[in-house]
Design a protein around this ligand. Structure first.
Ligand code: DX5
Ligand code: ZN
Length: 226
């Protein structure tokens, strides 16, 4: 159990001028998943990248592409992200009225399905789609930007979602303000996939990435194994 944490660096904090090299670096540095933050300037107040960039990155690593879609509407774009090589597509509860349909589309394409909630959204919003999802992503900041402070009231939401999930094979992932200082608390609450942008990419070198990833994994693991 203590070895079961997955660290998912968010490339939002990478050097975009050398994005392929950065993805290779975090792969070698110990990343389990590669977290890809897609932002549309509409659902969130920032714009990042879309399917062509993800497709270009795909040959640079064999690691699991964890695609976080902060876009609305989302349904029309799912085929492009599936075609780009995303292994998991995570959609926001708040992105549209047909969440169940979005998740059905992802599962029908043979990809892992994730659902995510903004900090203000109650966990009950996902109650009726749990049987369609592989991952519940709990936003621990308001989505849109890297480097924000962790919202500690989300720990209670993680605990409630863990209880709702019960025995289902669903992972709880957390995203926003995660680092060695917060990893222990989210692990204790029930998260097993930890997204981290600023905390992984600080230092800007392969050696820094490796020690940053180890520090986050170590902080999570210590708590879980106690
Ligand atoms: C926020 C994104 C996050 C972000 C996390 O909208 O979904 O994935 O990159 O960044 P940090 O770890 O720096 O808070
Ligand atoms: Zn994200």
């Amino acid at each position: 159990m203590s070895q079961n944490f997955l660290i998912a660096p968010s490339v939002l904090s990478a050097d975009f001028s050398r994005l392929g090299d950065e993805v290779e670096a975090i792969d070698r540095a110990g990343a389990d998943w590669i977290h890809l933050d897609v932002m549309d300037g509409h659902f969130v107040p920032n714009i990042s990248f879309g399917p062509p960039i993800i497709k270009a990155l795909r040959p640079r690593t064999k690691k699991f592409f964890d695609c976080h879609l902060m876009i609305a509407p989302v349904d029309a774009y799912l085929p492009a992200f599936i075609d780009a090589g995303c292994d998991q597509l995570t959609v926001h509860v708040e992105a549209g009225p047909h969440l169940h349909r979005s998740l059905q589309t992802i599962k029908a394409a043979g990809r892992k399905a994730g659902v995510t909630l903004n900090p203000a959204t109650p966990e009950t919003a996902i109650e009726h789609v749990l049987d369609l999802v592989d991952t519940v992503l709990v936003m621990t900041v308001n989505p849109g930007f890297g480097g924000q402070a962790f919202i500690s009231s989300m720990l209670e939401k993680i605990r409630r979602i863990k209880a709702m999930i019960g025995g289902r094979p669903i992972r709880i992932e957390v995203d926003g303000g995660i680092g060695a200082n917060t990893a222990g608390d989210v692990a204790k609450a029930g998260a097993t996939v930890l997204v981290a942008g600023a905390a992984v990419f600080k230092g800007g070198t392969f050696e820094a990435y490796r020690s940053n990833i180890e520090a986050i994994r170590g902080a999570a693991t210590v708590v879980r194994s106690v």
